[in-house]
Design a protein around this ligand. Structure first.
Ligand code: NDP
Length: 258
Protein backbone atom coordinates (compact mmCIF):
# COMPACT_ATOMS: atom_id res chain seq x y z
CA UNK A 1 0.00 0.00 0.00
CA UNK A 2 1.45 3.41 -0.84
CA UNK A 3 -1.56 5.75 -0.74
CA UNK A 4 0.03 8.02 1.85
CA UNK A 5 3.45 8.59 0.27
CA UNK A 6 4.36 12.25 0.80
CA UNK A 7 2.03 12.66 3.80
CA UNK A 8 3.19 13.13 7.40
CA UNK A 9 1.38 11.78 10.44
CA UNK A 10 1.54 12.38 14.19
CA UNK A 11 0.18 9.62 16.42
CA UNK A 12 -0.28 10.40 20.10
CA UNK A 13 0.07 7.47 22.48
CA UNK A 14 2.16 5.81 19.78
CA UNK A 15 4.36 3.80 22.13
CA UNK A 16 2.22 0.69 22.41
CA UNK A 17 -1.18 -0.84 21.68
CA UNK A 18 -3.40 0.80 19.06
CA UNK A 19 -1.08 3.81 18.66
CA UNK A 20 1.96 1.67 17.80
CA UNK A 21 -0.15 -0.40 15.38
CA UNK A 22 -1.50 2.79 13.75
CA UNK A 23 2.03 4.14 13.35
CA UNK A 24 3.07 0.92 11.61
CA UNK A 25 -0.01 0.87 9.35
CA UNK A 26 0.40 4.53 8.38
CA UNK A 27 4.11 3.99 7.70
CA UNK A 28 3.34 0.91 5.60
CA UNK A 29 0.84 3.06 3.66
CA UNK A 30 3.79 5.36 2.86
CA UNK A 31 3.48 8.14 5.45
CA UNK A 32 6.30 9.61 7.49
CA UNK A 33 5.30 9.20 11.12
CA UNK A 34 5.97 10.84 14.47
CA UNK A 35 4.97 8.95 17.59
CA UNK A 36 4.50 10.70 20.92
CA UNK A 37 3.79 9.69 24.51
CA UNK A 38 4.91 10.44 28.06
CA UNK A 39 7.17 7.37 28.16
CA UNK A 40 9.96 8.46 25.83
CA UNK A 41 11.69 5.06 25.81
CA UNK A 42 8.59 3.38 24.34
CA UNK A 43 8.12 5.83 21.46
CA UNK A 44 11.87 5.87 20.74
CA UNK A 45 11.72 2.07 20.43
CA UNK A 46 8.66 2.16 18.14
CA UNK A 47 10.32 4.75 15.88
CA UNK A 48 13.60 2.79 15.82
CA UNK A 49 11.74 -0.37 14.84
CA UNK A 50 9.95 1.47 12.02
CA UNK A 51 13.24 2.92 10.75
CA UNK A 52 14.79 -0.57 10.83
CA UNK A 53 11.97 -1.63 8.52
CA UNK A 54 12.80 1.17 6.09
CA UNK A 55 10.24 3.77 7.18
CA UNK A 56 10.86 7.37 8.18
CA UNK A 57 9.91 7.77 11.81
CA UNK A 58 10.48 10.15 14.71
CA UNK A 59 9.74 10.00 18.43
CA UNK A 60 8.79 12.77 20.84
CA UNK A 61 7.96 12.91 24.52
CA UNK A 62 4.62 14.62 25.07
CA UNK A 63 1.93 14.63 27.72
CA UNK A 64 -1.21 15.55 25.76
CA UNK A 65 -2.79 17.14 28.84
CA UNK A 66 -0.13 19.88 28.88
CA UNK A 67 -0.76 22.67 26.33
CA UNK A 68 2.93 23.67 26.30
CA UNK A 69 4.11 20.12 25.57
CA UNK A 70 1.45 19.78 22.86
CA UNK A 71 2.62 23.01 21.21
CA UNK A 72 6.24 21.78 21.39
CA UNK A 73 5.19 18.46 19.83
CA UNK A 74 3.46 20.22 16.93
CA UNK A 75 6.54 22.37 16.37
CA UNK A 76 9.12 19.58 16.68
CA UNK A 77 7.16 17.12 14.51
CA UNK A 78 6.60 19.81 11.86
CA UNK A 79 10.32 20.59 11.85
CA UNK A 80 11.29 16.92 11.64
CA UNK A 81 8.82 15.94 8.91
CA UNK A 82 8.24 19.24 7.09
CA UNK A 83 4.60 19.66 8.17
CA UNK A 84 1.77 17.69 9.79
CA UNK A 85 -0.93 16.37 7.44
CA UNK A 86 -2.47 13.68 9.62
CA UNK A 87 -3.18 13.67 13.35
CA UNK A 88 -4.28 10.52 15.15
CA UNK A 89 -5.59 11.48 18.59
CA UNK A 90 -5.03 8.08 20.15
CA UNK A 91 -3.58 8.83 23.62
CA UNK A 92 -6.08 7.65 26.18
CA UNK A 93 -6.52 6.03 29.51
CA UNK A 94 -9.32 4.27 31.37
CA UNK A 95 -10.37 3.31 34.85
CA UNK A 96 -13.38 1.48 36.18
CA UNK A 97 -15.01 2.43 39.46
CA UNK A 98 -18.50 2.80 40.87
CA UNK A 99 -19.42 6.49 41.25
CA UNK A 100 -18.99 6.54 45.02
CA UNK A 101 -15.32 5.62 44.58
CA UNK A 102 -14.37 8.01 41.79
CA UNK A 103 -12.23 10.85 43.15
CA UNK A 104 -12.37 14.28 41.58
CA UNK A 105 -8.71 13.80 40.55
CA UNK A 106 -9.49 10.49 38.81
CA UNK A 107 -12.47 11.99 36.95
CA UNK A 108 -10.37 15.00 35.92
CA UNK A 109 -7.45 12.84 34.72
CA UNK A 110 -9.70 10.68 32.52
CA UNK A 111 -11.30 13.80 31.01
CA UNK A 112 -7.92 15.50 30.58
CA UNK A 113 -6.17 12.68 28.72
CA UNK A 114 -9.05 11.48 26.53
CA UNK A 115 -11.03 14.66 25.85
CA UNK A 116 -8.87 17.69 26.58
CA UNK A 117 -5.82 16.03 24.99
CA UNK A 118 -7.81 15.47 21.81
CA UNK A 119 -8.87 19.13 21.79
CA UNK A 120 -5.36 20.48 22.48
CA UNK A 121 -3.65 18.36 19.80
CA UNK A 122 -6.32 19.16 17.20
CA UNK A 123 -6.06 22.86 17.96
CA UNK A 124 -2.25 22.71 17.66
CA UNK A 125 -2.34 21.36 14.08
CA UNK A 126 -5.54 23.00 12.82
CA UNK A 127 -4.18 26.32 11.51
CA UNK A 128 -1.39 24.64 9.55
CA UNK A 129 -3.82 22.18 7.97
CA UNK A 130 -6.28 25.00 7.19
CA UNK A 131 -3.59 27.11 5.51
CA UNK A 132 -2.53 24.16 3.33
CA UNK A 133 -6.20 23.25 2.79
CA UNK A 134 -5.56 19.58 3.56
CA UNK A 135 -5.65 17.58 6.75
CA UNK A 136 -6.90 14.38 8.33
CA UNK A 137 -7.79 14.15 12.02
CA UNK A 138 -8.72 10.72 13.33
CA UNK A 139 -9.87 10.47 16.92
CA UNK A 140 -9.70 7.16 18.73
CA UNK A 141 -12.97 7.12 20.65
CA UNK A 142 -14.62 3.88 21.77
CA UNK A 143 -17.93 2.07 21.86
CA UNK A 144 -18.01 3.82 25.26
CA UNK A 145 -18.41 7.01 23.24
CA UNK A 146 -21.70 5.72 21.86
CA UNK A 147 -23.39 3.98 24.77
CA UNK A 148 -23.14 3.64 28.53
CA UNK A 149 -21.61 0.91 30.64
CA UNK A 150 -21.56 -0.02 34.32
CA UNK A 151 -18.65 1.35 36.41
CA UNK A 152 -17.03 3.28 33.56
CA UNK A 153 -18.85 6.59 33.90
CA UNK A 154 -15.72 8.79 33.71
CA UNK A 155 -14.34 6.98 30.65
CA UNK A 156 -17.79 6.91 29.02
CA UNK A 157 -18.28 10.64 29.59
CA UNK A 158 -14.79 11.37 28.21
CA UNK A 159 -15.30 9.26 25.08
CA UNK A 160 -18.75 10.79 24.52
CA UNK A 161 -16.90 14.12 24.62
CA UNK A 162 -14.48 12.84 21.96
CA UNK A 163 -17.40 11.76 19.79
CA UNK A 164 -19.15 15.11 20.26
CA UNK A 165 -15.92 16.96 19.47
CA UNK A 166 -15.49 14.84 16.33
CA UNK A 167 -19.00 15.66 15.14
CA UNK A 168 -18.61 19.39 15.82
CA UNK A 169 -15.15 19.64 14.23
CA UNK A 170 -16.34 17.73 11.16
CA UNK A 171 -18.92 20.50 10.69
CA UNK A 172 -16.31 23.19 11.29
CA UNK A 173 -14.04 21.49 8.73
CA UNK A 174 -16.53 21.50 5.86
CA UNK A 175 -14.96 23.26 2.86
CA UNK A 176 -11.52 23.50 4.50
CA UNK A 177 -9.88 20.42 3.00
CA UNK A 178 -9.68 18.88 6.48
CA UNK A 179 -11.73 15.88 7.56
CA UNK A 180 -12.39 14.81 11.14
CA UNK A 181 -13.52 11.26 11.89
CA UNK A 182 -13.36 8.77 14.73
CA UNK A 183 -12.96 5.06 15.29
CA UNK A 184 -15.08 3.48 18.01
CA UNK A 185 -13.66 0.10 18.95
CA UNK A 186 -14.92 -2.33 21.54
CA UNK A 187 -12.34 -4.19 23.63
CA UNK A 188 -9.00 -4.40 21.82
CA UNK A 189 -6.10 -6.71 22.64
CA UNK A 190 -3.72 -4.12 24.14
CA UNK A 191 -1.99 -3.36 27.45
CA UNK A 192 -5.01 -1.18 28.42
CA UNK A 193 -7.35 -4.18 28.20
CA UNK A 194 -4.77 -6.31 30.05
CA UNK A 195 -5.02 -3.77 32.88
CA UNK A 196 -8.84 -3.99 32.85
CA UNK A 197 -8.68 -7.78 33.04
CA UNK A 198 -6.09 -7.64 35.84
CA UNK A 199 -8.38 -5.27 37.80
CA UNK A 200 -11.32 -7.67 37.46
CA UNK A 201 -9.12 -10.59 38.55
CA UNK A 202 -7.98 -8.57 41.56
CA UNK A 203 -11.50 -7.53 42.61
CA UNK A 204 -13.28 -10.84 41.94
CA UNK A 205 -10.54 -13.44 42.42
CA UNK A 206 -11.46 -14.91 39.02
CA UNK A 207 -9.00 -16.46 36.57
CA UNK A 208 -7.73 -14.50 33.56
CA UNK A 209 -9.86 -16.66 31.28
CA UNK A 210 -13.04 -15.99 33.30
CA UNK A 211 -12.30 -12.27 33.58
CA UNK A 212 -11.77 -12.05 29.82
CA UNK A 213 -14.99 -14.00 29.17
CA UNK A 214 -16.99 -11.67 31.41
CA UNK A 215 -15.56 -8.60 29.66
CA UNK A 216 -16.38 -10.00 26.22
CA UNK A 217 -19.84 -11.13 27.29
CA UNK A 218 -20.69 -7.73 28.78
CA UNK A 219 -19.50 -6.04 25.57
CA UNK A 220 -21.30 -8.53 23.33
CA UNK A 221 -18.05 -9.31 21.55
CA UNK A 222 -17.12 -12.77 20.32
CA UNK A 223 -13.40 -11.99 20.71
CA UNK A 224 -10.94 -9.19 21.39
CA UNK A 225 -10.29 -6.91 18.42
CA UNK A 226 -6.70 -6.86 17.15
CA UNK A 227 -4.88 -3.49 17.31
CA UNK A 228 -4.04 -3.95 13.64
CA UNK A 229 -7.75 -4.00 12.75
CA UNK A 230 -8.23 -0.60 14.41
CA UNK A 231 -5.08 0.64 12.67
CA UNK A 232 -6.47 -0.32 9.26
CA UNK A 233 -9.69 1.59 10.01
CA UNK A 234 -7.58 4.63 10.95
CA UNK A 235 -5.66 4.40 7.66
CA UNK A 236 -8.99 4.15 5.82
CA UNK A 237 -10.10 7.46 7.38
CA UNK A 238 -6.94 9.15 6.06
CA UNK A 239 -8.21 8.66 2.49
CA UNK A 240 -6.43 11.04 0.12
CA UNK A 241 -8.67 11.26 -2.98
CA UNK A 242 -12.09 12.75 -3.53
CA UNK A 243 -15.02 11.64 -1.36
CA UNK A 244 -12.93 11.43 1.83
CA UNK A 245 -15.27 10.63 4.72
CA UNK A 246 -15.98 13.43 7.18
CA UNK A 247 -17.78 13.13 10.51
CA UNK A 248 -17.87 9.34 10.34
CA UNK A 249 -17.78 7.17 13.44
CA UNK A 250 -16.38 3.79 12.47
CA UNK A 251 -17.65 1.12 14.82
CA UNK A 252 -15.37 -1.89 15.39
CA UNK A 253 -17.02 -4.54 17.51
CA UNK A 254 -15.44 -7.77 16.21
CA UNK A 255 -18.80 -8.89 14.85
CA UNK A 256 -17.07 -9.71 11.56
CA UNK A 257 -15.38 -13.13 11.64
CA UNK A 258 -11.54 -13.06 11.80
P1 NDP B 1 -2.54 1.53 25.89
O1 NDP B 1 -2.62 1.78 27.35
O2 NDP B 1 -2.01 0.25 25.42
O3 NDP B 1 -1.76 2.73 25.21
C1 NDP B 1 -2.12 4.06 25.50
C2 NDP B 1 -1.10 4.99 24.91
O4 NDP B 1 -1.49 6.32 25.28
C3 NDP B 1 0.29 4.76 25.46
O5 NDP B 1 1.25 4.97 24.45
C4 NDP B 1 0.41 5.83 26.53
O6 NDP B 1 1.77 6.16 26.73
C5 NDP B 1 -0.38 6.96 25.91
N1 NDP B 1 -0.81 7.95 26.86
C6 NDP B 1 -1.55 7.78 27.99
N2 NDP B 1 -1.69 8.94 28.63
C7 NDP B 1 -1.03 9.87 27.88
C8 NDP B 1 -0.81 11.26 28.03
N3 NDP B 1 -1.28 11.96 29.07
N4 NDP B 1 -0.09 11.91 27.08
C9 NDP B 1 0.40 11.22 26.02
N5 NDP B 1 0.23 9.91 25.83
C10 NDP B 1 -0.48 9.25 26.77
O7 NDP B 1 -4.02 1.75 25.32
P2 NDP B 1 -4.72 1.29 23.96
O8 NDP B 1 -3.75 1.15 22.88
O9 NDP B 1 -5.63 0.18 24.28
O10 NDP B 1 -5.65 2.56 23.73
C11 NDP B 1 -5.38 3.56 22.78
C12 NDP B 1 -6.64 4.37 22.60
O11 NDP B 1 -7.70 3.51 22.20
C13 NDP B 1 -7.13 5.07 23.86
O12 NDP B 1 -7.66 6.32 23.53
C14 NDP B 1 -8.23 4.16 24.36
O13 NDP B 1 -9.17 4.83 25.16
C15 NDP B 1 -8.81 3.71 23.04
N6 NDP B 1 -9.57 2.47 23.11
C16 NDP B 1 -9.01 1.33 23.60
C17 NDP B 1 -9.76 0.18 23.66
C18 NDP B 1 -9.21 -1.10 24.22
O14 NDP B 1 -10.00 -2.04 24.44
N7 NDP B 1 -7.91 -1.23 24.47
C19 NDP B 1 -11.15 0.15 23.18
C20 NDP B 1 -11.63 1.40 22.66
C21 NDP B 1 -10.85 2.51 22.63
P3 NDP B 1 2.34 6.81 28.10
O15 NDP B 1 1.64 6.14 29.22
O16 NDP B 1 3.80 6.55 28.01
O17 NDP B 1 2.05 8.27 27.99
Amino acid sequence: MSGLVGYNAVITGGGRGIGAAAALALAEAGAKVSVASRNEAQVVQVAAQLRENGHEAFAFRCDVTDPHQVRDLAMSASEAMGRIDILVNNAGTATSNRISRISHAEWQHIMDVNATGTFLCTQAVWNGMSERRWGRVVNVASTAGLSGGKYISAYTAAKHAVVGFTRAMAEEAVGSGITVNAVCPGYVDTPLTDETIARIMHHTGSSREDALSSVLEQAGQPRLIRAGEVAQAIVGLCHVGAHAPNGELVLLDASEPE
